[in-house]
Ligand binder design. Structure first.
Ligand code: FAD
Length: 464
């Protein structure tokens, strides 16, 4: 299927479905849709922008019948190459399917098309006193469809859980072209296998999500945000343990190490933490006003007890947003150093976070690497960024060795090699560190049941 004649036939078939104005095959488009936030990948042969579920199904049928790879793309903010082809084929961008179809204030749910931007949905539901908690740091760019496919998390996962807790029902197009519905608007549903949850985190390899019904919760009326600065990462990690032992469940519990703080300071000029700060915790509690006040006092005392040198509370929404904006700028600030940022999102059981930071220190010393770490300490989900000089091949090789050791040891710590970014093609070669051969074989049988010709997002999750 890689001759130009065959591609011309494919273009004709797809133009017949959506019209030529919704098909792109110019070099600039192929280049743009051949990359996501991983900044690696291969250009597709063509890009198609369907405008309805019926068109999605017709395109899937064309690809299925002609055995052409089909890669679904949300906003392209994924970190593991999930939304880009590994060997050409068609990229189907969901960008025209971008409407909030319903916000149901009685049943506490929203029905959306896949390309609704996460932050837009949050603002729309908050305007009527409701709340959609999952908050990936990319929330102003990423799409709900991509969040479902990756089971996106974010700072609030500690209290509110990740995307999977909120997906009630889906409309799906199978790679063979059938349209099915899973789940329902009811909050309970135990009929048959739970295909809805199977779909969440399946990285666009099983089916194409064309409509999502999401559970909402009431918007918490009050919140308090506390920034605590510590002399060392060890002290900050002790602060996390102290908080949990005091039985507070913050909405967010974010930890940022010294290298990450330095990068934000340099990139944004912002002064969240002065130079020399060892680590920072951003803790937010939310709920009813009186409970929030009580919990904020406990949070401040716990941080001070763990050795925080400065503990401050955001005075208003603007102050609070300034803090969160700096947190959301972490990835961009690390990239702005000019070094290659190899980003891993490992996760360990919360009680083993101190051991994870010991491991990071060991890797820094053993492989002579710069490693910047930050993340959702409350969940044990830490973003470990190996910061590598692009032109130093020896350093890149040491980073490759270090990442394998990182993954092996994280699994020994009873954790997982990915807490929220998924596997894509970037980490496919590592999945056998975590999953047994029998488990991988079963997953491949599930994939085959959905996608007998293996056209949907090939080369992802499983090593070729
Ligand atoms: C600065 C930055 C910060 C980030 N912070 C976080 C964070 O805090 N937490 C977190 O979890 N992630 C984070 N991410 C990663 C990323 O934003 C998430 O994985 C997000 O869910 C991807 O959404 P997307 O719309 O960009 O999907 P894409 O990148 O376009 O696609 C991701 C995967 O989903 C599949 N897919 C997309 N749409 C559909 C669909 N409709 N049907 C079937 N499959 C589909 C694709 O095939 C692909 O495999 C961050 C990324 C960046 C760049």
């Amino acid at each position: 299927m890689n001759t130009s004649v065959a591609v011309e036939g494919l273009v004709l078939a797809i133009v017949g479905v959506v019209g030529s104005e919704h098909v792109r095959s110019d070099p600039a488009s192929l280049d743009a849709y051949g990359q996501d936030a991983l900044r690696q990948g291969h250009a597709p042969w063509l890009v198609v922008l369907p405008g309805s579920t019926r068109e999605v199904a017709a395109i899937a049928r064309v690809c299925h019948e002609s055995r052409v790879p089909l890669v679904v793309r949300g906003a392209g903010t994924g970190y593991t190459g999930g939304a880009v082809p590994t060997h050409g084929g068609v990229v189907m961008s969901m960008e025209r399917l971008n409407r909030i179809l319903e916000i149901d204030e009685v049943n506490l749910l929203a029905v959306v098309q896949p390309h609704v931007i996460t932050g837009d949905l949050q603002r729309a539901v908050e305007a009527v006193g409701l709340f959609y908690p999952p908050d990936p740091a990319s929330l102003d760019r990423c799409s709900i469809g991509g969040n479902v496919a990756e089971c996106a998390g974010g700072p609030r996962a500690f209290k509110y859980g990740t995307t999977k807790r909120y997906v009630l029902a889906l409309e799906l197009v199978l790679p063979t072209g059938e349209i099915i519905r899973t789940g329902s608007k009811a909050v309970k549903n135990v009929v048959g296998y739970d295909l809805t949850q199977l779909m969440v985190g399946s990285e666009g390899t099983l089916a194409i999500v064309t409509e999502i019904t999401l559970r909402l919760v009431p918007r918490p009326p009050a919140r308090a945000t506390v920034l605590a600065l510590f002399p060392s990462i060890r002290a900050a990690v002790e602060g996390v343990t102290a908080l949990i032992q005091r039985r507070v469940t913050p909405a967010t519990l974010e930890l940022v190490d010294a290298d990450s703080l330095d990068a934000v300071r340099t990139h944004t000029g912002g002064e969240v933490a002065p130079a020399g700060t060892g680590a920072a915790l951003i803790v937010e509690v939310d709920g009813m006003q009186a409970a929030v006040e009580e919990e904020a006092v406990i949070v401040i005392a716990a941080c001070q007890g763990a050795g925080a040198t400065v503990v401050s509370r955001a005075v208003d929404d603007q102050d609070r947003e300034r803090l969160w904006q700096s947190r959301r700028m972490l990835s961009e600030s690390l990239r702005a150093t000019g070094l290659l940022k190899i980003n891993h999102d490992v996760v360990v059981p919360r009680g083993r976070v101190p051991e994870l930071f010991d491991l990071i220190q060991e890797l820094k010393e053993r492989y002579r690497l710069r490693i910047a770490a930050f993340g959702h300490a409350g969940d044990g989900n830490i973003h470990v960024n190996l910061m590598v000089n692009r032109t130093d091949e020896a350093e890149r090789e040491r980073a490759r060795q270090a990442e394998r050791v990182l993954f092996e040891r994280v699994v020994e710590l009873e954790g997982s090699i990915s807490g929220e970014h998924g596997i894509g093609f970037a980490k496919a070669r590592y999945i056998d560190i975590e999953l047994s051969a029998d488990t991988i074989a079963l997953m491949k049988r599930v994939k085959h049941a959905f996608d007998p010709h293996g056209i949907l997002n090939p080369g992802k999750v499983f090593p070729d």
